[in-house]
Design a protein around this ligand. Structure first.
Ligand code: THU
Length: 134
């Protein structure tokens, strides 16, 4: 599965976005190291903070199905400006690896890739709980 194929899947997932309030659709497609693909879209709530982003929808689907070996995730939001993942999504991604590749795309021709470590430098992760602070 290459990046362009993953972006196409994210574009498809974006169609399912439930966005009655922001009208801002986001789609995500996550690839595991074992080759499984999980999609996500943003789902909004009348109780605004209950909204979930596309990226976290995909992560939740993946991990709840027993897979934590996330290799990469493609994200498609706006077609005119790159839509980078929000801080909460960056935080949940780094939980599952510092080297996860994040593909941020306007479309299959215009995209950039970063490691999650680049997007969340000096983040707080699982390793930080392994030191004693008692
Ligand atoms: N959104 C995402 O799906 N992913 C992000 O990383 C940023 C924001 C969604 C949440 C909400 O439904 C809409 O975009 C506007 O914030």
């Amino acid at each position: 599965m290459n990046n362009i194929e993953l972006i196409r899947i994210a574009e498809d997932a974006k169609k399912n976005a439930y966005v009655p309030y922001s009208k801002f659709r986001v789609g995500a497609a996550l690839l595991t190291k074992s080759g499984k693909v999980y999609t996500g879209c943003n789902i909004e709530s009348a109780s605004y903070p209950a909204t979930i982003c596309a990226e976290r929808t995909a992560i939740v689907k993946c991990v709840s199905e027993g897979n934590k070996d996330i290799a990469k995730i493609a994200i498609v939001g706006s077609e005119s400006k790159l839509s980078f993942p929000c801080g909460i999504c960056r935080q949940l991604l780094i939980e599952f690896g510092n080297d996860i590749e994040v593909i941020v795309a306007k479309n299959v021709k215009e995209y950039v890739t970063y490691s999650i470590d680049e997007l969340l430098p000096k983040g707080f992760g699982p390793e930080d709980l392994r030191c004693s602070n008692v």
